[in-house]
Design a protein around this ligand. Structure first.
Ligand SMILES: Cc1cc2nc3c(=O)[nH]c(=O)nc-3n(C[C@H](O)[C@H](O)[C@H](O)COP(=O)(O)OP(=O)(O)OC[C@H]3O[C@@H](n4cnc5c(N)ncnc54)[C@H](O)[C@@H]3O)c2cc1C
Length: 582
């Protein structure tokens, strides 16, 4: 089959319609011609699953300051976050929350009519000394409220949406980005989107694990597109395991459940967090709580001897649960048949959030190496990006905040850039060539004997859950590097059942699998390289944080079958590394 190519031209193309992508598009639209590509309908983006809230030191419930929020974010990141970016995040938080409020996000309210705020893990008052209520929320559907509001505002601003278009490759010429090539999932067909600026906002990518809280679409496509242009990814070894995924399902029970007062209990009925974080208990940062749970499980105190812990909310009472946690109650009822009003629910750590990603500077420009040099015309923001506000471990509700602050900022920066360009840069000859070769190649395998994508995907997901977990060892990681290398080789022999162009979901799954195998390989390799414990990366064979050797960011390039690693320093401004106790 020879695929036809259709051409489009816009000033700005945003790949991704989550909070980050939509906020960027909102800022450029109205001023310059803006289009958003999304492989799923925009309001199905994973941002809509964010439950707990969005952090900002509004001080509506108790005294709060951005300096306190900064301190918590720096410590939460185990000192690997870049403090200039972290400062920008927390200083912009309040104005961005108010902007969202004025755009129409229906945040919950205090009796006095202000935006209500709730406690979340790792957020404290007075430099770690007291309790804090900092997360702005809309029941436990906070991301849903933000996403829908931004989508409506983008529609009002006449952003052009290309729904169910799958970005397959970047268009580059003379070292700058000139557009994107995408596949029309519904109708089939290749589309070249010629642009002055492109933003990748393709979201998180924990779908390469079996037990994960992430949506089906979180397959890291944007990372693979960037990596295939010989550009690096940053800090890929740092993946957060959320302490409360529904047992064996991985589906998230928001930290708001513990924020509102939920207990974690082992098989003996003990609130075991006492032994791991005496002061902060269940509200210690996620890396600390997940490790505590895993230790209880490994030492035989999991519920019924299984790999589960109980989350007990019964003491909160029916009314509070129904008012503040309606969605998580419903999820537990539907997926594991347990009602948290009357019984504890079994949970386990679940692969949840990716701290690493596409390296950017403070203005969301994609960086090409260890220095400050960026790729003209290419931007990234949201969970796929690594401006490094989360370092080695993210605090709850700092992520939707990052998407809003840096999506918005990226939009404004792209606007400046695009206004300075008189015309679009020239496209390379046959801009769609690499994408066409990839897709025609896959479609041509239809009906052949050979390995199917689903088999490789299941092996990858299971082995990542086994080997790149809460606790890591050289042995497990070496094994995983080898498994990924083997799966990547097998992927070259993959064949499909469906060779058609229309709504070919098997083709999309194959493309996604190719992406996942590339970055899963990089995650395993980077985790093997970092021989210390920091934040979410815990090497039982290398105890302790090692600032002397490892206070640095990892950069990784995928070069054929090899991975090249380099490092760059962490930006430290206000807070010097110190011991982290909770
Ligand atoms: C269950 C859950 C609960 C969470 N709760 C919270 C919370 O309470 N507070 C908080 O701060 N954070 C929370 N997080 C994290 C936070 O929600 C995410 O980090 C954030 O929403 C990511 O937003 P994003 O804009 O980067 O991407 P997403 O919202 O994931 O959107 C990605 C977009 O990229 C598009 N895309 C991807 N690949 C392609 C492609 N190849 N072609 C075209 N389009 C593509 C998708 O269609 C989608 O529109 C939670 C995460 C999960 C999974």
């Amino acid at each position: 089959m020879k695929l036809e190519v259709i051409h489009h031209k816009h000033d700005v193309i945003v790949v991704g319609a989550g909070i980050a992508g939509l906020y960027a598009a909102l800022k450029t639209s109205g001023e310059v011609d803006t289009a958003v590509l999304s492989k799923i309908y925009p309001t199905r983006s994973h941002s809509g699953a964010a439950q707990g809230g969005c952090a900002a030191s509004l001080g509506n419930m108790m005294e709060d300051h951005w300096e306190w929020h900064l301190y918590d974010t720096v410590r939460g990141s185990d000192f690997l976050g870049d403090q200039d970016a972290q400062e920008l995040l927390v200083r912009d938080a309040a104005p961005v929350i108010y902007e969202m409020e004025h755009l129409g996000v229906p945040f919950d309210r205090t009796p006095a009519g202000r935006i209500a705020q709730r406690p979340f893990g790792g957020h404290f008052g007075n430099f770690g000394k007291s309790e804090m209520m900092r997360s702005c929320y809309a029941a436990d559907r906070s991301g849903h409220a933000q996403l829908h509001c931004l989508y409506e505002q983008c529609l009002k601003n006449e952003v052009r949406f290309y729904d169910e278009f799958f970005a397959v490759s970047l268009v580059m010429k003379d070292g700058s980005c000139r557009g994107v090539v995408a596949w029309d999932i519904r109708n089939g067909g290749l589309h070249v989107f010629h642009a002055k600026a492109v933003m990748i906002a393709s979201g998180g990518y924990a779908r390469c694990w079996k037990i994960t809280s992430n949506a089906m679409a979180n397959t890291g496509d944007g990372l693979a597109l960037v990596m295939r242009q010989n550009l690096p990814l940053e800090d890929m070894e740092f993946v957060q395991f959320h302490p409360t995924g529904l047992w064996r399902e991985g589906i998230l029970v928001s930290e708001a459940a513990r924020g509102e007062g939920g207990y974690l209990v082992n098989d003996k009925g003990e609130r075991f967090m006492e032994r791991y974080a005496k002061a902060k208990m269940e509200l210690a940062p996620r890396d600390v709580v997940s490790r505590a749970e895993q230790s209880e499980i490994n030492e035989g105190r999991g519920i019924g001897g299984q790999d589960a812990i109980h989350l007990d909310l019964r003491h909160l009472g029916r009314e509070k649960i129904l008012h503040l946690l309606p969605q998580v109650r419903e999820l537990a009822l539907k997926f594991i048949g347990r009602d948290m009003i009357t019984e504890p629910i079994p949970i386990q750590p679940t692969a949840h959030y990716s701290m690493g990603g596409i390296p950017t500077d403070l203005d969301t420009r994609v960086l090409s190496g260890t220095g400050k040099e960026s790729v003209p015309g290419l931007y990234a923001s949201g969970e796929c990006a690594c401006v490094s506000v989360h370092g080695a471990n993210r605090l709850g509700t700092n992520s939707t905040l990052e998407c809003a602050v840096f999506g918005r900022r990226g939009g404004l920066k792209m606007l400046d850039f695009v206004r300075g360009l008189e015309r679009h840069g020239e496209l390379p000859e046959d801009a769609a060539g690499p994408a066409r070769a990839q897709i025609e190649g896959l479609l041509a395998t239809a009906g052949r004997k050979g390995v199917r994508p689903v088999e490789l995907r299941e092996t990858m997901q299971k082995s990542m859950t086994d080997n790149v977990a809460v606790y890591r060892t050289a042995e497990g990681l070496q094994k995983q590097v080898a498994i990924c290398a083997e799966l990547r080789a097998k992927f070259r022999e993959v064949s499909l059942d469906d060779g058609g162009a229309y709504a070919n979901t098997e083709l999309i799954e194959a493309l996604e699998l190719g992406h996942m195998l590339d970055y899963a390989y990089v995650i395993a390799r980077c985790a093997l390289g970092r021989t210390e414990c920091r934040g979410a990366h815990w090497r039982t064979d290398h105890p302790g944080r090692n600032d002397q050797e490892w206070l640095k960011h990892t950069l990784a390039w995928l070069e054929g079958d090899a991975i090249r690693i380099d490092y760059k320093p962490v930006v430290i401004t206000r807070h010097q590394p110190e011991e982290r106790k909770y």
